[in-house]
Design a protein around this ligand. Structure first.
Ligand code: SAH
Length: 244
């Protein structure tokens, strides 16, 4: 029997935001490799799976990427149905496509299953319409953290007229704010910082670009959190209703 690897997005945390396809993959799984941003509550959909935690968050004890890939390969070659469970969507800052390619190069069948990405979930949960008609013509997802320390094109971001959703930004609030202000974004641009989006402990801190770092300190903002930067970040539910 040939094994298969499902690279599954577990969504932002709320187990009810899992897709039906993710539930089906979990119910078929022999082995589940679970990342640390995944809510373990989703494992209730497993029937007989062996669960292996393979988290690798910055700063914490980590499972090397190469080891995780070898684990997937080994189990798939044993004919097992492997689910690699990732937070949010596997292809949004999640290496899903790289892992799928790596497996396909080794003749292993790999399928990616969408998940709801944290940035979209967080904004919607806080009633922030990322692409509000007449206010934001689009949304740009960026990461504040790169492995090669390459920098973002802040100028382009500041001038894009799109809402910015920043992942992995909690440790980089000063840099994000000063770079965008230096690139011409107004310093009172509204910002929403959303921690633990979609989970019962979700918290939301509203501020503006110039003050966001200070506000986050006072709020004791913790990772995981996303930043929403743009006019829509001050949108209240009432004003959405008024536009409708
Ligand atoms: N693939 C994931 C992103 C992984 S990168 C996705 O699509 O959501 C990890 C970053 O995602 C975190 O640093 C944080 O910025 C964001 N994140 C993940 N889960 C989150 C949550 N529940 N609430 C807020 N931000 C979250």
């Amino acid at each position: 029997m040939k094994g298969k690897v499902w690279l599954v997005g577990a969504g932002p945390g709320d187990p009810e935001l899992l897709t039906l396809k993710a539930v089906r993959a979990l119910s078929m799984a022999d082995v589940v490799l679970i990342d640390d941003l995944v809510n373990p509550a989703v494992l209730e959909h497993c029937k007989n799976a062996r669960v292996l935690p393979v988290g690798k968050r910055g700063g914490c004890r980590s499972t090397p990427q190469a080891f995780i890939q070898r684990l997937m390969l080994r189990y798939a070659r044993q004919g097992k149905c492997v689910v690699r469970l990732k937070g949010g969507d596997p292809c949004i800052f999640g290496r899903g496509s790289e892992e799928a390619e790596w497996l396909k190069d080794r003749a292993i069948d790999a399928e990616i299953v969408n998940g709801i990405t944290a940035g979209l979930a967080g904004a919607t949960n806080c009633s922030i319409p990322l692409t509000l008609r007449g206010v934001a013509r689009g949304v740009t997802l960026v990461t504040a953290h790169t492995q090669d320390d390459s920098s973002l094109n802040w100028q382009a971001l500041a001038q894009s007229g799109t809402t910015l959703v920043v992942y992995m930004g909690v440790a980089k609030l000063d840099e994000v704010a000063s770079s965008l202000i230096a690139a011409g974004m107004r310093s009172d641009m509204p910002v929403a910082m959303i921690e633990s989006a979609s989970l019962p402990e979700q918290r939301e801190c509203r501020s503006n670009l110039a003050q966001m770092s200070q506000s986050a300190k006072a709020f004791e903002l913790k990772s995981p959190a996303i930043l929403v930067i743009g006019e829509v970040a001050q949108t209240a539910v009432a004003s959405i209703a008024a536009q409708a």
